[in-house]
Design a protein around this ligand. Structure first.
Ligand code: PHE
Length: 341
């Protein structure tokens, strides 16, 4: 019996099995009901008493050897199935849901794209600005009521000599001033960005929104150039060709205008959004006031230019017929998922 046990120990040590089936066969061969170990324990019952102790130990050794071998083979084989079957890298996955661009971002990109085709490049500036770039440099005199046109968040009042009054910019026109200070004409830029106004007048008001500003300065730039540029933009963006310029007022442009697009009166919704006129106000614009040019170091005798500014939220609402501004800020995915671009 001792010899038999030794033979089995040697066989077990040399045994190799790789598939789960082979491992299972090994288990049945040794540990099955009619397996080798059961046979040996059967035979052990009739072993003479003086050999029992030694053979008992040998048998246990064999049993442990079988169990250890089995454990080792099982973990090796499950590691290899993990690499081959359970992780089939060529299997198609489930669909991964993709996000979409925010409608305001879609519209901003589209607007920048249209102006870049006309040779405008993108510029930006800080949202926390000093008084000069938001007001004084744009011809808003101190204490002038024009400053009330925009409800400003004042964030730092100067306490010492040399300190600047700091505000959250109320319009992107501040970037115009920075550009004129830092660049020589020709200047042809569009400036998208966040702006802030303290307009807690209704639940629909939002204190932060987005504008896109445009500026073109060179020799001989005329009002007609402005009109043509804005007409091209409206045609490209809304697919509508008819615009009109109504006289308006901004401290930094002279003459100033509001640009309207003829939206048409083809549906009930058209009557509602144009208040029955067919016309929609799109943006403010005008020829840069000579005083603004000289304040930024550009010679108004030699150069002229135009500027325009529009609210991205408003344009986006018109474009997609969204009638509540709050939709843009609530980030409800059911709303956002509808926009592709
Ligand atoms: N800054 C103006 C506003 O916020 C818009 C504007 C820009 C008007 C440029 C004229 C020229 O209302």
């Amino acid at each position: 019996m001792q010899d038999l046990i030794n033979q089995h120990l040697a066989a077990i040590a040399a045994h190799a099995a790789s598939t789960p089936d082979e491992v299972e066969q090994f288990r049945i061969k040794y540990l099955g009901r009619k397996g080798i170990l059961n046979d040996l324990f059967e035979a052990f019952k009739v072993v003479p008493g003086d050999q029992k102790k030694l053979l008992g130990q040998e048998l246990n050794k064999l049993k442990n050897a079988v169990q250890e071998k089995l454990d080792a083979m099982q973990s090796a084989s499950s590691a290899s199935t993990r690499n081959t079957e359970a992780f089939d890298l060529s299997r198609p996955t489930g669909t991964v849901p993709l996000g979409t661009r925010h409608p305001l971002a879609i519209v901003r990109r589209e607007i920048l794209d249209i102006f870049s085709r006309m040779g405008f490049t993108v510029a930006d500036g800080p949202e926390i600005e000093d008084d000069w770039h938001v007001f004084s440099g744009l011809n808003f005199p101190p204490e002038h009521p024009a400053r009330d046109m925009q409800d400003t968040f004042f964030i730092h009042k100067p306490e010492q000599e040399g300190e600047k009054e700091m505000v959250l910019r109320t319009h992107t026109s501040s970037v115009q001033v920075r550009a004129m200070e830092n660049q020589k004409p020709p200047i042809r830029i569009v400036m998208p960005g966040r702006v802030y106004r303290n307009e807690a007048v209704s639940s629909r008001a939002h204190c932060q929104f987005h504008q896109i500003e445009g500026l073109y300065i060179d020799e001989g730039v005329s009002f007609a150039d402005m009109k043509q540029t804005l007409q091209y933009f409206t045609q490209e963006f809304f697919g509508k060709a008819k615009i009109r310029l109504r006289p308006s007022y901004f401290p930094f442009t002279e003459p100033s205008a509001e640009m309207d697009v003829y939206w048409g009166l083809n549906s009930e919704a058209d009557y509602r959004i144009t208040k029955g006129t067919g016309w929609l106000e799109i943006m403010g614009c005008g020829m840069v006031d000579p005083a603004v040019l000289s304040a930024s170091g550009i010679d108004p005798e030699r150069y002229s230019g135009f500027a325009f500014g529009m609210g991205i939220e408003r344009i986006t609402m018109l474009r997609y017929q969204v009638d509540d501004l709050r939709m843009f800020f609530e980030n409800d995915v059911r709303f956002l998922r509808q926009f592709q671009g």
